[in-house]
Design a protein. Structure first.
Length: 369
């Protein structure tokens, strides 16, 4: 056990505070927790994500949440006596790797003491053993039994369930409703097709990025740990290890907008408004020096005027003009090269999402390139 961890464990055993005495504002902590939500879940139905779910984390021995695959370092810390309470969580959330060297959590740490107090107070509300939680549960009035009249009224006001499809090969499913189609039909194309109304500035995007994205991608898009780098990398595409970022590699701005809108923040996708996505896209342009004015505002009106630096190096997909497709001919599958096939390079393991496998195994060689 490290000297730092040993001192922390001993000090905590002597002066640990009960969860009810945790300082901080749970409501404010819920906002701080948005920085954690990319990797962790808490509350009803919470499940493990990149990081473990955090229900009952106060009082839990480190590395012991069921089913979750922890790093060897975290398991060892728990075996050495690390238990999560106000003191240990404060230290860990300030600088995770100072407390558990080798932890696979990429989070750099919270900087403000008030944020630490508030987020721990928020987590304490989900710890069933705390007096605060027990008091809240005992003070809750018992629910009145539902009567037949109430059940009938609820049934009368409920939205009708779409009828199941009777035809088809397997007699399964139903036709999607217009609202369901509209919810999925959100793709944005390079010519601007699919862009929603809205706008956002670089300045607004910086705030959103700090709150929602910096935990994984760094304050300036430089990436944290093995999370993707979003900025820089210009003039590296011919290198043995090119840095493929929005500014160095991506061809179209529509890809940036569409991906952020559809998939980010990680673990909380589709939580951003259209204006938020415009603002974040504007800030990413600023990080990559494609726009230089902090007051720049990106909108549906000027979106297609922005060109990313590497657009010209992408070529149209013309495979449909090849004989195999155009003439529906059989593809040539022989005499492709005079000599036999040889292995020229081996692919290294690349885990796009850090934590998806044990970080200790994320090395070595793979198959044929």
């Amino acid at each position: 056990m490290s000297k730092f961890l040993k001192a922390l464990v001993i000090g905590t055993a002597l002066a640990s505070l009960p969860a009810a005495a945790v300082a901080g504002d749970p409501a404010a902590g819920e906002k701080v927790f948005k920085k954690c939500a990319a990797c962790h879940a808490v509350g009803d139905g919470a499940k493990h994500k990149v990081g473990p779910e955090l229900n009952d984390v106060l009082g839990r021995t480190a590395g012991t949440a069921e089913v979750y695959k922890y790093s060897k370092a975290m398991i060892s810390a728990g075996e050495d006596g690390l238990v999560w309470d106000e003191a240990t969580l404060t230290a860990y959330l300030t600088k995770p790797r100072d407390v558990v060297k080798g932890t696979k959590m990429a989070f750099a740490g919270l900087r403000k003491e008030q944020d630490l107090d508030n987020v721990i107070a928020y987590l304490a509300t989900f710890s069933a053993d705390t007096p605060a939680a027990e008091e809240e549960q005992s003070s809750a009035e018992p629910a009145e039994p539902e009567t037949k009249v109430q059940t009938a009224e609820a049934s009368a006001t409920a939205k009708p369930t779409p009828e199941l499809r009777e035809g088809g090969t397997f007699h399964l499913g139903r036709k999607a409703t217009e609202d369901e189609v509209a919810a999925w039909d959100i793709d944005v194309r390079p010519d601007g097709t699919g862009l929603p109304e809205g706008s956002g500035t670089v300045a607004d995007g910086e705030v959103l990025f700090t709150d929602n994205c910096a935990v994984c991608h760094g304050d300036f898009g430089e990436g944290v740990g093995r999370w993707p780098v979003l900025a820089g990398g210009q003039d590296t595409l011919r290198n043995a290890r090119p840095e493929k970022t929005i500014g160095s590699y991506w061809p179209y701005l529509s890809t940036v907008y569409d991906y952020v809108r559809r998939s980010m923040p990680y673990g909380n996708a589709r939580s951003l408004s259209d204006d938020d996505v415009y603002a974040l896209t504007a800030y990413l342009l600023y990080l990559n020096d494609i726009v230089e004015d902090e007051d720049f505002e990106l909108s549906k009106d000027n979106f297609t005027e922005i060109r990313l630096p590497n657009e010209a190096n992408f070529i149209p997909d013309d495979r449909m003009e090849e004989p195999h497709y155009a003439q529906k001919a059989e593809p040539c599958m022989s005499d492709c090269k005079p000599d036999g096939v040889t292995i020229t390079m081996r692919a290294r393991i690349l885990d796009v999402t850090p934590g998806s496998v044990d970080d200790d195994d994320a090395s070595g060689v793979g198959g044929v390139d």
